[in-house]
Design a protein around this ligand. Structure first.
Ligand code: B4P
Length: 182
């Protein structure tokens, strides 16, 4: 059973939704950089203050901040993990490769969740988080296409990438992902 996983896909594809369920059912460490950054914002920490305005605009928080968070959580963790929303650009992916080399760990599977823009936008508008208004959502989609989508090729050439149709019920999509883990 694969237990070092990475979820990739546009905002609203359901990465967080699937990651929470899968991490719980398989006993994996769930590392969502979005959730961790929102927790820093809520706590009013220096890091949170730096991240807040960037997130509200739908842009990416600086690589250094995000990497520090990921490094502190993965170091000293020997079990399985699920990275959700990280890496988000090539610099983060390369830094992750270096970090995992240091920790003597390897990604076993990258799940790419694919969904049409119209459905993504609808899902995010119904969620209604602070950064879920239409203008910001459209900007997040542009940032995804420009900065995150190149990671698809990065992981495809490593032979790690599997695509999943992210349309349908939460349960149906969970079954599709579960079938890739054996
Ligand atoms: P994230 O927190 O990663 O959030 P997301 O990509 O918008 O959402 P996700 O794909 O996880 O969708 P979800 O399951 O919630 O990023 C937010 C911001 O944080 C970024 O814009 C950036 O500023 C910053 N950030 C995060 N990571 C970063 C990094 N590495 N580097 C720099 N900056 C970073 O689902 C969305 C909605 O759809 C929910 O309401 C859900 O209930 C619904 N849904 C899910 N599955 C469904 C289904 N099957 N059917 C119907 N609805 C469904």
């Amino acid at each position: 059973m694969k237990q070092r996983l990475l979820f990739l896909g546009p905002p609203g594809a359901g990465k967080g939704t699937q990651a929470v369920n899968l991490a719980e059912s398989h006993g994996l460490l769930h590392l969502s950089t979005g959730d961790l950054l929102r927790a820093e914002v809520a706590a009013g920490s220096e890091l949170g203050k730096e991240a807040e305005a960037v997130m509200a605009r739908g842009e990416l928080v600086s690589d250094g901040l995000v990497l520090a968070i990921v490094r502190s959580r993965l170091s000293g963790h020997d079990g399985g993990w699920l990275l959700d929303g990280f890496p988000r650009n090539l610099a983060q992916a390369e830094a992750l490769d270096t970090l995992l080399g240091e920790l003597n760990q390897q990604i076993e599977l990258v799940v790419l969740m694919e969904l049409d823009d119209a459905v993504l936008i609808q899902r995010l508008l119904s969620r209604g988080r602070d950064d879920d208004n239409e203008a910001v959502i459209r900007h997040r989609l542009e940032v995804y296409r420009g900065q995150t989508a190149p990671l698809i090729e990065h992981y495809r050439v490593k032979g790690l990438l599997q695509s999943v149709d992210a349309a349908g019920t939460v349960e149906t999509i969970a079954e599709r992902i579960g079938a890739l883990l054996t």
